[in-house]
Design a protein around this ligand. Structure first.
Ligand SMILES: [Zn+2]
Length: 297
């Protein structure tokens, strides 16, 4: 009996500590999840905290943690395509953050290990987590115009100053990569070497694509409509500067969630397209393995 009691107490202690370990997140991560869950009707605090995040490596202008969560490929599949997935680069596009969390729920249940996923579900926490959310970050910069433009494109600031649509919400910042949030993407492109970048926006209700491979024709209800790129945008930088295809998902409404059925179809179509079209370049595989490879451009 005594032995059984001892066994039971050890078991209880062990399960308690395991529980604490599995829900324990860095306080800065918890803070962001609390605020995201309070701000967005479609994402609960618990749901946000269900993902296991990195101890924060990056912070926004106002010192909020940039959430990062990772789903590794199977160990026997070192050449698996790497997908860098970004939600909420624009802080007032609520659905782009909420839908990204729904896809994270799917991935937690069904991650097969065929791909390596790196998710930043809330890239612009300062824009989102304020009373009136804004497209821009805390320095009033449109992060999706704050990247390095391709050589044949004009400087983003010059372009904005000349543009008839010169509006504050598209302000690209005084120089490319002036903002910590866009530098996160810049650093991850160099360190993580993604095969494909996926970025979620709203409210244009289409699918946009920059890249040299065949784009997806549609993702669920969203049909391909290539809009062309703006200097300083992620699509321009990712493909024309870094040679990485960029899938831009434009959900139909910023403040209304797509139907569950459509959220699932978009995900299934994306994964199917990745399966057939996303291949790591031999150069990326070689350099990630510590060898020097010739960059194929
Ligand atoms: Zn947007």
């Amino acid at each position: 009996m005594l032995y059984q009691l001892k066994f039971l107490s050890v078991f209880l202690l062990l399960s308690l500590s395991l529980n604490a370990w599995s829900t324990n997140q860095h306080p800065d991560v918890e803070d962001v999840c609390q605020k995201v869950g309070s701000k967005l009707a479609s994402v609960s605090i618990k749901e946000c905290l269900s993902n296991r995040y990195f101890s924060p490596r990056y912070y926004s202008v106002n010192g909020k943690a940039i959430l990062e969560t990772h789903f590794p490929a199977n160990e026997d599949n070192p050449d698996a395509p790497r997908i860098l997935f970004i939600g909420g680069i624009h802080g007032d596009e609520y659905s782009s953050v909420s839908v990204t969390f729904k896809w994270l729920n799917t991935l937690r249940k069904h991650h097969s290990g065929a791909f390596d996923w790196h998710f930043l579900p809330v890239l612009n926490p300062d824009g989102l987590l304020q009373r009136r959310s804004s497209r821009v970050n805390a320095n009033k910069v449109d992060l999706n115009r704050n990247f390095i433009p391709a050589p044949e494109f004009p400087e983003p600031l010059e372009h904005w100053q000349k543009s008839a649509k010169k509006r504050l919400r598209y302000y690209p910042g005084h120089a490319p990569l002036s903002e910590p949030e866009s530098r996160v993407i810049h650093e991850l492109i160099d360190d993580y070497k993604p095969t494909v970048i996926v970025s979620v926006h709203a409210p244009h209700g289409i699918l946009d694509f920059d890249g040299g491979i065949q784009p997806p024709r549609k993702l669920g209800p969203l049909h391909l409509r290539q809009l062309g790129t703006y200097p300083g945008s992620l699509g321009n930088y990712g493909w024309f500067v870094k040679n990485i295809p960029v899938v831009t998902i434009e959900l139909p409404y910023a403040g209304i969630m797509p139907k569950k059925h459509d959220i699932d179809r978009m995900w299934t179509d994306l994964v199917r397209w990745l399966k057939y079209k996303a291949k790591r370049k031999p150069s990326a595989v070689a350099s990630a393995n510590g060898e020097s490879g010739n960059v194929v451009k």
